[in-house]
Design a protein around this ligand. Structure first.
Ligand SMILES: *Cc1c(COP(=O)(O)O)cnc(C)c1O
Length: 404
């Protein structure tokens, strides 16, 4: 993305051209950026030779899953619906792992029928349920146990998952007890230790703590894990100031801390693959004068893009064309929905905007459309992908008739 003659260009296409050709709001992905992220991820962890399972909850667009699959990725799913979509996109079930604290019996049965790589269990009762179904079917089932390593990921508290007060995984003591239980089970095969401590992690230090906990449990367990699934969480540069996780440093930590272990490493990245590949193009409906700031009311809202409303996530907002001069007052960028949290950002100094201008919310590829809803009976927006100078529609805008 760059400005050429003060107009924003994505790959080789003018953003204003896209906004006028289709109706806003529009999620626009760059295939080149996606490819770049995938190759960078693979290269950073080359020495480890991991199985990379894309986190489908970060973006479950079928066309995107199909593109990612072409790079030998598997999938990490957290519901029966996501599993079905991953399979529909052509992802090999032998490369699919199923995580989540509340898998229902029918979801477990579906996963067993599809012979996926691993069901990563998160509690004793879930293991009992998987065992019950495996016994009924007389089928061997490969499982993992998710360790809660009691590690602070130093990220937004709402997306931290690896502390002992979080609902995810089991602590070290329970983990070791569960191994003994599974060893006696006729149909359960314990293949994997999994962890995932949270999302948008910017330093390798929390990961080092996590790895030490993982290593300790492996040593205490005396069990040969075929897989160690380290989850995802790698943070990206939302504020465009070069603060992102250094993947190579993380790779070195893994080699250093898990050196005596020869398990196959699994990663479950979502955000670091898809986050910065998309922008949300939206039009200014009104500029409304406020007391100390002006409200820029957009045709995109929290139903289209929920991260700021859900956990105060910060995203860059930029104009599609740069006018001369700046706004007199601070701009608050908001949607039309009847909620005070329907707000994207407050920006002090911004290029002057007038009604019908287009603006762009950056880095919306992860947890963008996958978190979107029909709140206020608003249809979900169009999704397109730019490949060089080609434009591909990868999800049509929902019709109001589908919402009746
Ligand atoms: C959400 C999630 C991920 C992906 O996290 P990112 O921060 O998007 O990389 C991976 N594994 C599990 C178990 C998850 O819940």
């Amino acid at each position: 993305m760059k400005y050429k003659n003060n107009k924003l260009i994505i790959d080789r296409i003018n953003v204003d051209f896209l906004a006028k050709k289709f109706s806003t709001p529009i999620y626009c992905y760059s295939f080149n950026k996606l490819k770049k992220n995938i190759l960078h991820f693979k290269k950073s962890f080359q020495k480890i030779n991991p199985l990379i399972c894309f986190s489908v909850k970060s973006n479950s667009n079928l066309q995107i899953l199909r593109e990612i699959k072409k790079f030998d990725f598997g999938a990490d799913v957290v519901s029966g619906g996501e599993l079905m979509k991953a399979i529909k996109a052509g992802i090999n079930p032998k490369k699919i792992v199923f995580s989540g604290v509340g898998k229902t019996s029918s979801e477990i049965e579906y996963a067993i029928n599809k012979k996926i790589l691993l069901i990563n269990a998160e509690s004793k009762n879930e293991i009992l349920e998987i065992e019950k179904i495996a016994n009924l079917k007389k089928k061997n089932v490969n499982i993992g146990i998710r360790l809660n390593p009691n590690t602070d990921a130093k990220t937004i508290s709402q997306i931290s998952t690896g502390k002992k007060e979080n609902k995810f995984g089991v602590d070290e003591k329970k983990f070791l007890k569960l191994i003994d239980y599974i060893k006696k089970s006729r149909y359960l095969d314990l293949r994997c230790l999994s962890v995932h401590i949270g999302s948008q992690i910017l330093s390798h230090k929390p990961y080092e703590k996590m790895l030490k906990a993982v290593n300790r449990v492996i040593e205490k367990s005396n069990h040969n894990f075929e897989y160690v699934d380290l989850g995802g969480g790698m943070g990206i540069d939302y504020m465009h100031n070069n603060k992102r996780l250094n993947l190579k440093k993380y790779a070195l930590s893994i080699i250093k801390i898990l050196k005596r272990n020869n398990s196959k490493i699994i990663f479950e990245p979502g955000r670091s693959i898809i986050g910065n590949t998309a922008i949300l193009i939206t039009q200014v409906i009104y500029v409304k004068e406020g007391h100390k700031k002006d409200f820029v009311i957009l045709d995109a809202a929290m139903n289209d893009f929920m991260r700021p409303a859900l956990y105060n996530a910060e995203h860059k907002i930029i104009p599609s064309k740069k006018r001369n001069g700046f706004s007199k007052k601070t701009y608050e960028f908001v949607g039309p929905i009847c909620e005070s949290t329907d707000k994207f950002a407050t920006i002090k100094k911004f290029k002057k905007l007038i009604e019908k201008d287009f603006i762009v919310i950056c880095d919306v590829g992860a947890y963008g459309t996958s978190l979107s809803s029909n709140y206020n009976v608003r249809p979900k927006p169009l999704e397109i992908m730019v490949k060089g100078s080609k434009i591909q529609i990868i999800n049509k805008k929902q019709k109001l008739s589908e919402l009746m």
